[in-house]
Every structure is written in C-alpha cells, then in structure tokens.
Design a binder for this molecule. Structure first.
Ligand code: HEC
Length: 102
C-alpha cells in the first residue's frame, strides 16, 4: 500500500510533464512559432512574457483560448493575431497550459 501512495505523486509529475510536451508540440504543428518564440518577441509577444503576465490570473486561461481561436489585438500592441478556427478548443487549452508553465 505504501508503495502505491509513493507512486501517485510520481505519476502525476510525469503526466504534467507529458501535458507540457504535447502543448509545445501542438504549438509547433499549428504554426504558432512563426510569430512567437519562447524567449524573444517576434511578431507576437514571447511566451515567456505572456506567461509572466497571466500566470497568477485564474481567469486568463479561458480568455487566452478564446483569443487564440478568434484572434484579436490590443493587449500587446496594434498588430492583430489572426484567428485559428481550425484548431480544436481542447488542443488550444493544451497549448495555453504549456505557455503558462514557461
Ligand atoms: C501571424 C502571426 C501570429 C500567429 C501565427 C500566432 N500569433 Fe499569437 N499573437 C500574435 C500577435 C501579434 C499577438 C499580440 C496580440 C495583442 O496585442 O493582443 C499575439 C498574442 C498571443 C497571445 C497573448 C494574447 C493576449 O491577449 O495577451 C497568446 C497566448 C498567443 N498569441 C498564442 C498563440 C498561439 C497558441 C498560436 C498558434 C495557434 C498563435 N499565437 C499564433 C501573432 C500571432
């Protein structure tokens, strides 16, 4: 029994790591990295800056998912992000989880 209890946090850690990897991969596959990079501003803000801005904000996640899906501007300047209607909401959530984990 003790062994199982010890294994649970370990398994949780691994599944979180895995979720981050999936988010990163989805961002790569979805073309996000054409305009964003982790550390430096490209056309859009760096994901490090996005994470810094929203990490403590519990309502940010759903706002960001909607913004990625519908596109928009104004939070970082006047350059708009185009909408991504082809992406599944679940996949966008995984990307946002990865971004906020940076
Ligand atoms: C054509 C360039 C472009 C592409 C492709 C793009 N973005 Fe953006 N993104 C931007 C710009 C420009 C902004 C800044 C918008 C603003 O000022 O509110 C932005 C902002 C963001 C933000 C912060 C939003 C906010 O309101 O603070 C997130 C998160 C984000 N992008 C994620 C993504 C993800 C995930 C993808 C891929 C599915 C993606 N972006 C693809 C240009 C792009």
């Amino acid at each position: 029994m003790k062994k199982i209890i010890l294994l649970i946090p370990l398994m949780l850690t691994f599944s979180f790591l895995h979720a981050d990897e999936i988010g990163k991969q989805l961002a790569q596959e979805s073309g996000c990295l054409a305009c964003h990079s982790v550390k430096t501003k490209v056309l859009g803000p760096s994901y490090q800056d996005v994470s810094k801005k929203y990490k403590q904000d519990k309502t940010a996640k759903s706002m960001l998912v909607k913004k990625i899906k519908d596109g928009g501007k104004g939070n970082w300047g006047n350059v708009p992000m185009p909408p991504h209607p082809q992406l599944k909401e679940k996949d966008i959530e995984k990307i946002v989880t990865w971004i906020l984990s940076i």
